[in-house]
Design a protein around this ligand. Structure first.
Ligand SMILES: Nc1ncnc2c1ncn2[C@@H]1O[C@H](COP(=O)(O)OP(=O)(O)OP(=O)(O)O)[C@@H](O)[C@H]1O
Ligand SMILES: [Mg+2]
Length: 238
């Protein structure tokens, strides 16, 4: 799904945020990227999300060399293939949950027929069937993030990119969001998750660490934190 080689991104102020990043994620994979603040994680996500272009290197998305595409073609690819979830939920404040999800579908070019139903279905799937008419301000942080996930997945993306989607949430709400991403992955969606939290990252099949613009693989089993499942197994065995 993702194949990168030598990705470099230098901002005009001289900061080299990506310094020769090469990695790949197979279709249907679930990969996490950890790394300290300022190491280049969001810069990488912006490039992978076709929101920004690298200064050097190649990025193939499902075999397509994105560097050869026009801005217009990139927008089309983004609308067809990608879903985004960000740390700040990014919902339109004056629109209800349902309207926010429907807006995502409109922006991705979905036909009007069946759009509202698809948005409602997506909200129901994240457990918000009874909150569709709420404005973002009338929802908890965790619920707002659920709306953002519903908006991202309503358009059936092939690749779901999440940048610190649990950064603003308490542990229970965070676990709920991670559960939703994992459920998408089980449905066949490729997931790339950026997170500060090692206990979240270690649940992914593949984990990379970003350090000063360079990416290297890490062994998930060496990361700190154990998930609830393992703790429960321990309890049962003791
Ligand atoms: N638009 C920009 N112009 C100039 N420098 C930038 C820009 N965006 C980011 N940077 C710099 O690039 C480096 C990488 O930033 P980036 O946002 O990718 O880090 P990050 O790993 O996502 O950090 P965090 O965990 O805090 O979100 C930082 O040193 C940052 O100051
Ligand atoms: Mg960031």
């Amino acid at each position: 799904m993702i194949e990168c080689a030598g990705l470099t991104r230098r901002y005009p102020n001289g900061v080299t945020a990506l310094d020769g990043v090469g990695f790949s994620v197979p279709a249907g994979g679930y990969a996490a990227v950890i790394g300290s603040s300022g190491s280049g994680k969001s810069t990488l996500l912006n490039v992978l999300g076709l929101l920004d272009r690298p200064d050097a290197g190649t990025y193939r998305l499902e075999g397509v060399d994105t560097g050869r595409l026009s801005d217009r073609a990139l927008s089309g690819l983004r609308a067809r293939m990608l879903g985004f979830v960000f740390q700040s939920f990014d919902l339109v404040p004056r629109m209800t949950a349902l309207e926010n999800v429907e807006l995502g579908l409109i922006l991705s070019g979905a036909p009007s027929r069946g759009r509202r139903e698809a948005a409602a279905e997506s909200l129901a799937a994240v457990g918000l069937a009874d909150r569709m008419d709420h404005l973002p301000a009338q929802l908890s942080g965790g619920q707002q993030q659920r709306v953002a996930v519903a908006r991202a997945v309503a358009r059936s993306p092939r690749l779901l990119l999440a940048d610190e989607p649990t950064g603003n949430l308490d542990p229970a709400a965070a676990a709920g969001i991670i559960g939703l991403l994992e459920a998408q992955n089980r449905l066949g969606v490729t997931v790339l998750l950026i997170t500060h939290a090692e206990e979240v990252a270690r649940r992914a099949g593949t984990v990379f660490r970003m350090e000063a613009g360079r990416l290297s693989p890490v062994d998930p089993l060496r990361l700190k934190g154990r998930d609830a499942y393992e703790k429960r197994q321990d309890q049962l065995l003791s």
